[in-house]
Design a protein around this ligand. Structure first.
Ligand code: AMP
Ligand code: GLY
Length: 428
């Protein structure tokens, strides 16, 4: 099987690491990839938005299956593009069509979908520039803190949480009238604040049946104790103590089943991953958001725990035979700590030489923002640089391994959070 993987982050290095372990693989291409994906396949200089270029590449190189890592190509309609071209329409694309991708691409669409399908989520209303006065009035009916969400994709920055009603109204004005997030904030969802602890749940579906992958907890803020600005994710753990069988049954019955049946009932074909970001509010799950892809860095903790042949799983999604797959999960838990560039998520420098990855023992180093320079050195090429994942009998053991190995890795400005996993380890 010849596979083309789209994307260039830690998620994609992890996908390529897992795909390369399959005896079913004959050739893996990654577009555009990073210095880590090079260990498992051939990097191709193509962007996920270049549909015509991808079509040509797929034909020239006899690609049998396309796996889409990030959301943008899906929201732009890459799957629909394949289906509408006779010469590539039979090549499975793992990732939903444009309509399904709106679960991530439009917060208003996702909220309305949840409401129609009685899926627990925060109460909300959606406003536009024409209805801003109603938005102000709605804010007055809510208790602080206030949650504002730009409807469209806004590079993880579209959610604003504020404590003061007047400040919230000013922010709503900036979003709707001053186009703070461009067209992404033409509509703004205002919703009730959910108090609890977050969990990332991952589901794969071929549109008919579904399977649940290991859950994870993500650490989004830059600072220890969950302080400071949001990032793409500073670390994850998988094997989350509060995700007990009882809690996960609630997630499956109240969220996963109605999501899959809602997609079917609404004739939204969906093949790929559904990433449910949820809040555990006093033992009950509420959806915060859907993503139509795997999480990053959640993938770096989740996939190492999946014992299945990943290519077989992808093939089953493509051929509508997911029901025949039994998901097998490693008993061990995992912890991932992200090494980032100094200054991230603000401005940061690139091009710093990375050394010491070869000294790492007992952990897996997944590359996120890296590339090779002309001299063949691995250099930093992004805010999130490397993800260091370890297995353990307990989360603390896995964390200790990752933190010990991080000491071997050097690049100028290397930064990381030292408290990954501590909240769930101590969660009561
Ligand atoms: P998102 O960009 O949708 O992932 O949201 C960013 C973060 O905002 C989430 O991970 C939550 O921590 C927080 N958040 C979003 N919606 C709510 C909500 N209704 N209540 C509490 N926190 C929220
Ligand atoms: N780690 C969160 C995300 O992938 O959106």
């Amino acid at each position: 099987m010849r596979i083309l993987l789209l994307g260039s982050g830690g998620r994609e290095h992890t996908f390529s690491w897992k795909i390369a372990q399959s005896p079913l693989l004959t050739k893996l291409f990654i577009a555009p990839g990073n210095a880590g994906t090079l260990q498992h396949g051939e990097n191709i200089n193509l962007q996920g938005s270049d549909f015509e270029g991808i079509r040509q590449f797929v034909k020239d190189n006899k690609v049998d299956l396309v796996l889409v890592g990030p959301e943008d190509p899906l929201v732009l309609g890459i799957h629909d593009y394949f289906l509408s071209h006779e010469d590539i329409k039979d090549i499975p694309v793992i990732g939903p069509c444009k309509q399904g991708a709106m679960l991530e691409g439009s917060k208003d669409f996702a909220k309305a979908f949840m409401k129609r399908n009685a899926i627990p989520t925060a109460a909300y209303q959606t406003f536009t520039k024409e209805t801003i006065a109603e938005g102000f009035a709605f804010i007055d009916t809510l208790q602080a803190p206030y949650v504002l969400k730009a409807d469209g994709l806004a590079a993880s920055k579209g959610v604003v949480i504020l404590n003061d009603a007047e400040e919230t109204k000013a922010e709503l004005h900036r979003m709707l009238i001053d186009n703070k997030f461009g067209t992404a904030s033409n509509k703004v969802v205002i919703e009730e604040f959910l108090k609890g602890i977050e969990l990332s749940v991952f589901v794969v579906t071929d549109g008919i049946s579904y399977k649940i992958l290991p859950e994870a907890k993500d650490y989004k803020r830059i600072g220890e104790g969950d302080t400071g600005p949001n990032t793409g994710g500073m670390g994850t753990v998988s094997g989350v103590p509060f995700a007990t069988p009882d809690f996960m049954k609630k997630v499956e019955d109240r969220i996963i089943k109605p999501t899959i049946s809602g997609l079917k009932r609404e004739n939204i074909p969906y093949k790929g991953f559904i990433f449910i970001g949820l809040m555990n509010v006093a033992g009950n799950p509420y959806v915060i958001e859907y993503n139509v892809r795997m999480g990053d860095p959640e993938t770096e903790s989740v996939l190492p725990r999946l014992k299945n042949d990943f290519v077989e799983l992808l093939q089953a999604i493509g051929t509508n035979s997911l029901k025949d797959i039994t998901i097998e999960i490693d008993e061990q838990v995992t912890a991932t700590v992200m090494l980032v560039s100094e200054g991230y998520p603000g401005s940061y420098q690139k091009g710093k030489v990375i050394t010491g990855i070869d000294k790492v023992e007992g952990s897996i180093v997944f590359h996120a923002g890296t590339s090779l320079n002309a001299a063949g050195n691995t250099i930093t090429n992004g805010g999130r640089v490397l993800a260091v994942t370890s297995y353990g009998a307990t989360l603390q053991e896995a964390l200790n391994r990752s933190y010990a190995n991080i000491e071997h890795i050097h690049f100028e400005g290397k930064s990381f959070r030292k408290d990954i996993g501590q909240d769930v380890i101590n969660f009561k």
